[in-house]
Design a protein around this ligand. Sequence first.
Ligand code: C2E
Ligand code: CA
Ligand code: CA
Ligand code: CA
Length: 278
Amino acid sequence: KETSSCSYIIFDPQSSFEQDPHHNIEPELINAIRRNEFELFYQPRVDILSGKIIGAEGLIRWQHPQRGLIFPDMFIPTAERTGLIVPIGYWVIQQAGEDMQRLLASGLTIKSLSINLSFRQFQDSYLCRTIQRLIEKYAIDTSVLEFELTESALFNNELHVREGIEELHKLGINFSLDDFGTGYSSFSLLQKLPIGSLKIDRSFVSGVNNNPDDREIVKALIRLAYSLNKEIIAEGVETLQQLNFLASFGCHQAQGYLYSKPVPFAEFKDLLQNGYQL
Ligand code: C2E
Ligand code: CA
Ligand code: CA
Ligand code: CA
C-alpha cells in the first residue's frame, strides 16, 4: 500500500542510518542519485572444480560524503518503497555495462554478470525499452547479462512482471532465482518462466556442516535444480568444509567470502587477472 513516503519511513527502523527512527533518508537518496554517489562492487562467482572465476554479481554501495560506505540493506528498502529504485536500478545497469566494456578492453571475459532486479522496477513501463537502450549504448553481450530476482518478485503472479521477464528474455538476457529456498516457489511457474539458474540462500549454506536440517535442505535444493534442469549456485560460502559438501552433492558454482568479499571494480579486475587466495 502506497502512502506518503514520509509517514512510511518513520515507522521503519531499517531506513534510518542511526537509531533515530525519524531520520528520513529519501532526500539524501535523491541527492545521491544526482551527485552520483553510488559504487558498484563485484563478488566473483567461481566454478568449484576448476577454481576459476566464471562470473560476478554486482552489488551496490553508497559512498556517502559524510557517513562513509553504506550497505544496500540500509537504503534499498527505502529506494523500493519510494520508487527511487527505478533510477538507481538504471544506474546499476549502466555502470555494469561500462565496467564490462572495460573488462573486454583489457582482454578479460566472464560468462555471467548478475545484477539484482527489484520487483518494483517492473512497475516502470519503460523498463524494457530503457534496458534495451543501455544494452545498445554499452554494446552489452546479453548472453552474459543475468538478472537475479527473488521469489517474492517472481511469484506474486503479476502479469506485468511475467511479461517483462519474457520481453527481457527475448533480448537474450538470463534470469536466476535469488535466495532460493526461503520463499514460496511454485514449481510449475518456475518451469514456465525463463529462469536458468537457482541460487541457494546463504542461510542454508552456513549450516551445512553443523545443522542436519540445513544439510537435507541443501541436498534437496540441488536435486530439485537438477530435475528442473537449472544451474545451481551456492551463495555465502565461507569455509572449505561448506565448499566440499556442496561439491560432493553436485553443486559446482559458488560465491562467498571464502573466495572474495564484494570488491570495487579495479580489485575485481585484479582478481580476474591474478586469481584469489583461499
Ligand atoms: P543478495 O542479492 O542476496 O546478495 C548477497 C549478499 O550476501 C551481499 O550483501 C553479499 O555481500 C553477501 N555475502 C556474499 N558472500 C557472503 C558470505 O560468504 N558471507 C556473508 N556473511 N555474506 C556474504 P550486500 O552486498 O550487503 O547486499 C545485500 C542485499 O542488497 C542483496 O542481497 C540484494 O538483495 C540487495 N542489493 C544489492 N545490490 C543491489 C542492487 O544493485 N539492486 C537491488 N535491487 N538490490 C541490491
Ligand atoms: Ca543477489
Ligand atoms: Ca541472494
Ligand atoms: Ca538475500
